[in-house]
Structures are given as structure tokens and as C-alpha cells.
Design a binder for this molecule. Structure first.
Ligand SMILES: [Zn+2]
Ligand SMILES: [Zn+2]
Length: 294
């Protein structure tokens, strides 16, 4: 196995607890990834990271050496609220000995470092970033390839207001990959300065991945009201997955208003699209607590 993934937050924009989101979940984006060396990578730090933090603390205290330090690389796609709002509630940052590197896009208007610190300014949060006991480093990443513990990561600039990155993770020994693109508008829009070959380059970026996790916020009818808001339809996500020849598509960043039953309906429509193209593609909707092995 190259990667083990667990989804801790699947919802876009704002947490949506309640009876209609019990199955697919109401926490904003966060994934736990274990590489082939057992190293921990965390993708985005929405409210889902709070429960992940609790699980990590429990595992550390139950482990062979009680109180084992926790270390991870945290990759942020961008700094919109739903991708950072869980950080102040991620318990491991309050414990000394723990170490985290937060990776964010070099292309944001302001540095990720500054956004995370300001999210904990006294006017909006009671504990300041400087009071945290864990060691936290910041790294900026552009469209480039970086090597990590048991993985290699490549970043790609996607279409999203304010800028965002998609990440492709590849296992060092197996060469198997998955791609994580949480927020991305696949349809063209004049506000994005990406060049005419952007979609072609995106298809190559995703090409042959075992799993593509992609923004599927809107239905086509909803999308007409939200052009330029930075998100895709589930149909667009299917088209990208088919063009890039991935094995499995995971619909992600569910619209806050989307009920569990409506998501089932979206899945059925996606399956019909794949059949209509005479193709084969496994499709699931990301659900809190879901595990994937790659
Ligand atoms: Zn988002
Ligand atoms: Zn966003």
C-alpha cells in the first residue's frame, strides 16, 4: 500500500451539522494521509482537523511510548476560512515536543504565515499563535515538485478566487499517485489569468492517478448562478477524471445546502454520465470517516 487516506472533513464553505448531513458529514475540509513510511500528511485544516487532533492525541497516549510526539506536514490548498478555521482547535499544537510544517501557496496575496497568525489575533481568538507550545514552521510552495518523507508532492495552480493549489502525491517506491483539488472552477472564466492551455495542463497533472479527489460543489443549474465563485459541478469533475484516465473519482467540498439524499442523486447522475461515455470509472462521494487505500 502506498497511501492510507481518512476523510475528517468533506464539506465546503461552512460547517453544516444537522440531520440532513449525517452520512456525508458537516465538517469543512481535512484529510489524514499516511505515506508508505508511516509519515503523517494533513491536507487542509478545516473544522475536520479538530477530531483528527483528538484521535492523534489518543493514539499517542495509547502508543507503546506514552506521549509520543506528533509530527506532520500540513498542506493548505489556500487560506479561505473553510481550509484554515480548524487550526486553533487542533489540540496537538498546544503540546510541546510536537512539530508541524504548514505548507501554503507562494502566490497568495499575503503569506500563509500571516493569515494563520492573524486568525488567532486577540480580537477574534483568545489564545495567540505565539502562545502555542508545538513547533510550527511555514513553507511556501509554487508550481514545483518537492520531496517529503515517503512521498513526492507536485503543486498546480487551479482556478479559484484569490488563488489555490491542487496537489499530486506520489509514493516514493510504488510510484502510485493521488490528486487532491479541493476548490477549483473547471469552466473557463475571464477572472482567471491561467493561459489558454490551462485545462490541457491540468489533465496532464492529473493523468493516470489512482484517485482524484475533486471539488464537486454545484449541480449544473446551481452553477449558472455562481459562475466565477471558484467551484465546479459534479459533471465537470467526472469529465476531468475521464479525460485524465484516473481509476477513482471522489466528489468533494459538498455544498453546504446539499443533503445526504441529494448527494446520492448526484452520484447516480455521475454514474449515468460514465455509462453514456462507455467508460469505466469508480465514483464515490467523500464521507466523514471514510478510508481509502491507494
Ligand atoms: Zn473551500
Ligand atoms: Zn476557497
Amino acid at each position: 500500500m502506498t497511501f492510507r487516506l481518512r476523510f475528517w472533513g468533506t464539506r465546503g464553505s461552512i460547517p453544516t451539522p444537522g440531520p440532513h448531513t449525517v452520512r456525508y458529514g458537516g465538517n469543512t475540509p481535512c484529510l489524514e494521509v499516511r505515506t508508505e513510511t508511516g509519515w503523517l500528511v494533513i491536507l487542509d485544516a478545516g473544522t475536520g482537523i479538530r477530531e483528527l487532533g483528538r484521535a492523534l492525541m489518543k493514539r499517542a497516549s495509547d502508543g507503546p511510548v506514552s506521549g509520543d510526539p506528533i509530527a506532520a506536514d500540513i498542506f493548505l490548498t489556500h487560506a479561505h476560512w473553510d481550509h484554515i478555521q480548524g487550526i486553533p482547535f487542533f489540540a496537538p499544537i498546544f503540546q510541546s515536543g510536537n512539530q508541524f510544517t504548514i505548507w501554503g501557496s507562494k502566490a497568495l496575496e499575503t503569506s500563509v504565515d500571516r493569515v494563520i497568525r492573524e486568525q488567532m489575533a486577540p480580537v477574534v481568538f483568545p489564545v495567540s499563535f505565539e502562545e502555542l507550545d508545538a513547533r510550527i514552521d511555514f513553507r511556501e510552495i509554487a508550481e514545483e515538485r518537492c520531496a517529503g518523507n515517503g512521498y513526492e508532492v507536485t503543486a498546480f495552480a487551479v482556478q479559484h478566487p484569490g488563488g489555490a493549489l491542487g496537489y499530486r502525491f506520489t509514493g516514493k517506491s510504488s510510484g502510485r499517485s493521488f490528486v487532491y483539488i479541493s476548490d477549483n472552477e473547471l469552466s473557463p472564466h475571464e477572472m482567471y489569468r491561467v493561459g489558454p492551455d490551462w485545462r490541457e495542463r491540468l489533465v496532464e497533472f492529473v493523468r493516470g492517478a489512482s484517485v482524484l479527489i475533486h471539488d464537486a460543489t454545484y449541480t449544473p443549474a446551481e452553477y449558472e448562478q455562481h459562475r466565477g465563485w471558484g467551484h465546479s459541478t459534479h459533471e465537470d469533475a467526472v469529465a476531468l477524471a475521464l479525460d485524465a484516465g484516473v481509476q477513482q473519482l471522489v466528489l468533494f467540498h459538498h455544498r453546504p445546502e446539499r443533503s445526504d439524499d441529494e448527494l446520492d442523486q448526484c452520484l447516480a447522475e455521475c454514474a449515468a454520465l460514465v455509462r453514456a461515455r462507455g467508460a469505466s470509472l469508480a465514483i464515490v462521494a467523500a464521507a466523514e470517516g471514510m478510508d481509502l487505500s491507494i
